[in-house]
Design a protein around this ligand. Sequence first.
Ligand code: G3H
Ligand code: 13P
Ligand code: ZN
Length: 310
Amino acid sequence: MPLVTTKEMFKKSMKEGYAIGAFNVNNMEIIQAIMDAAAESKSPVILQASSSAIKYARINYLMKMVEAAIEEHPEVPVAIHLDHGPDFETAKMCIDAGFTSVMIDASKYDFEKNVEITKKVVDYAHMKGVVVEAELGTLAGVEDEVNVSDDDARYTNPEQAKEFVEKTGCDSLAIAIGTSHGAYKFKGEAKLRFDILAKVKELIPNTPIVLHGASTVIPELVEMCNKYGGDIPGAKGVPDEILNKASKSGVSKINVDTDLRLAMTAGIRKVFVEEPNAFDPRKYLSPARELIKETVKHKMIDVFGSSNKI
Ligand code: G3H
Ligand code: 13P
Ligand code: ZN
């Protein structure tokens, strides 16, 4: 199957009440792990690259690796998506390179400017058959290269969300309901504003909703990192039960990066500690790749509900 947009994926997921995982990719091992997980759990999948990932891996390498992945797993519906596109130029570069979906994240600007920038990307993307995710509201933490302090964090206003979607024509919308990027999402109890999600779904029922900053920060992976020489104290994410509830409550796309980073790091650290003389990258990257695959499969099967949906 050639690369697809997220249109059909979201249509089916909204009808049946589950979410599609969108996993950040930076290198070959991560792409292989996610794709193997999707194939084994028979799940559609979104591979996404941030502008930093594109700088790191280079866009041609990313596209060619994604092409190889879909050749290897032709039965899996796959979209390739730009995560947190910072401007029109980056979105255009990705569209021209063959991405099937782009995010324009102009959420740091005021409403009118966010609308203006988003609309410009939507017009170009739609002309090329590509879909657009936009963002309204600000997540606490680090958004790619944009720093947003806790004090500035603000939830999405549902009425504004409706107006924003009408004015921009964006295909899906990322909203702020209490998540944040990275490994330190909550100091106390993890809580999401499901009341805001419900209101947004009531006002724009046909717009797929996206949850950023949605890693669980899987405790076993943090412990494994720490056991093998890491120092990641007090890390806390969104528990599986809450993500499962979100998947059944109208969230169509759930973004995961931090859990993949933890899995990769834990896998590599374990080899280095247990076999200090190991210096063949294949020796420490293989278990890391395996751990990412198991992490992604768990999410697809047990949390998002996207398995057996191909
Ligand atoms: O939300 C941001 C993603 O985790 C990507 O992070 O810009 O370091 O690739 P990155
Ligand atoms: P996490 O940091 O929670 O994995 O969020 C990733 C994300 O939102 C990518 O856009
Ligand atoms: Zn994000």
